[in-house]
Design a protein around this ligand. Structure first.
Ligand code: NAD
Ligand code: TYD
Length: 360
């Protein structure tokens, strides 16, 4: 077994932040396997393109033959599984890919990883880890007064996305209980930061604001999400990988519950300062549109277990993280232009026309 790790989905939003930080931090070699769906983008990895500590492999986690070969070739000490279909609205329009990647893909990956692990010597078997990156959305929705999700909260997923992630979490759990396969699971709240694909609320609002387009708020905008800066999520994953107890689940969150409308107001106010319009405020572009079917009212993560047991806390507040994020998007408009050409326009048509808005 080598010191290298295999990361899946490392060309996406969180995965690319994780891989960049790992390689730039000199933490060892990363073999980065990604299918390069619409959400995967090699431009996210441009800074480490020629770094010998980063090996990119184009492939699908569901491709067992490819995974078996990759594991044999590189002999990793860990796999960190980010690969997934991740957007709730897309899962409502077309759930099939979510079942294929998030459930079948995770199952195939677990089987390849278990076969590789079975053949390791005892010392290496003890050291190997399979870290599965999951979401708080598996726990369902909270009322305004219910306590935040702990690791023992019942699974009550409400969208095809969260149901498919819940299924993958159950498979990971079962592999530990049945085979003693050394898994770790993390359930994190909503992330934001650099390289976030502009189908999600925060980058979509920044992009539309600058383009003079409507800022679409689903329903009344009072739904609550618990926001975490992406680099804090990555540091939490590194900490769990290093010190987490095998078989355990760790919730990761930023203690930053915000209503969607408040998030959009904050973004408009920052943009008004950083890139003022000729007249008026970006807030004038806010438009209320038809709500998401089955829209979860509130997510909130109780992140006290990871703090108590592993000493992890987020470094950013919402205020510092969101300012960094807006500045990053302003400084990386070429990246935004690149990812919003082509297929992106079809998605925007599909999602917003039926909500009564023309955004493309
Ligand atoms: P993303 O959609 O930006 O990226 C997903 C990546 O996985 C893309 O690069 C894509 O090409 C790749 N991929 C998709 N199917 C694949 C397959 N079959 N084989 C290999 N690669 C494949 O997603 P993200 O926001 O970076 O999320 C990463 C992980 O974190 C997901 O598992 C998601 O459920 C979880 N998560 C996300 C958030 C969030 O706020 N974005 C919060 C908590 C947990
Ligand atoms: P999103 O970024 O899609 O993440 P998730 O659904 O995984 O939480 O959405 C965050 C919140 O913002 C969610 O409550 C839906 C809402 N939203 C809007 O109001 N308008 C939009 O155009 C989008 C994409 C999301």
């Amino acid at each position: 077994m080598n010191n290298c790790i295999i990361v899946t989905g490392g060309a996406g939003f969180i995965g690319s932040n994780f891989v960049n930080a790992w390689v730039k931090g000199g933490l060892g070699q990363v073999v980065n396997l990604d299918k390069l769906t619409y959400a995967g983008n090699l431009a996210n990895l441009a800074a480490i393109e020629h770094n010998p500590q980063h090996i990119f492999v184009h492939g699908d986690i569901a491709d067992s033959a490819k995974m078996d070969d990759l594991l044999k070739q590189h002999q990793p000490c860990a796999i960190v599984n980010f690969a997934a279909e991740s957007h709730v609205d897309r899962s409502i329009h077309a759930p099939g890919e979510f079942i294929q990647t998030n459930i079948v893909g995770t199952f195939n990956l677990l089987e390849s990883a278990r076969a590789y692990w079975n053949d390791l010597g005892d010392e290496y078997k003890d050291k190997f880890r399979f870290l599965h990156v999951s979401t708080d959305e598996v726990y369902g929705t909270l009322t305004a007064t219910e306590p935040a999700f702990t690791e023992t909260h019942a699974y009550q997923p409400n969208s095809p996305y969260s149901a498919s992630k819940a299924a993958s979490d159950h498979l990971v759990r079962a592999y530990y209980h049945t085979y003693k396969f050394p898994v770790l699971t993390t359930n994190c709240s909503n992330n934001y930061g650099p390289y976030h694909f502009p189908e999600k609320l925060i980058p979509l609002v920044i992009h539309n604001a600058l383009a003079g387009k409507p800022l679409p708020i689903y329903g009344n905008g009072q739904q609550i999400r618990d926001w975490l800066y992406v680099e804090d999520h990555c540091s939490a994953i590194r900490r769990v990988l290093e010190a987490g107890t095998v078989g355990e689940v760790y919730n990761i969150g930023g203690w930053n519950e915000k209503a969607n409308l408040d998030v959009v107001h904050t973004l408009c106010d920052i943009l008004d300062k950083e890139k003022p319009k000729q007249s008026g405020s970006y807030r004038d572009q806010i438009t209320f549109v038809t709500d998401r079917p089955g829209h979860d009212a509130r997510y909130a993560i109780d992140a006290s277990k990871i703090e108590r047991e592993l000493g992890w806390k987020p470094a950013e507040t919402f205020e510092t993280g969101i300012l960094k994020t807006v500045k990053w998007y302003l400084a990386h408009q070429a990246w935004v232009q690149n990812v919003t050409s082509g297929e992106y326009k079809n998605w925007v048509n599909t999602n917003y026309q039926e909500r009564g808005e023309e955004l493309a």
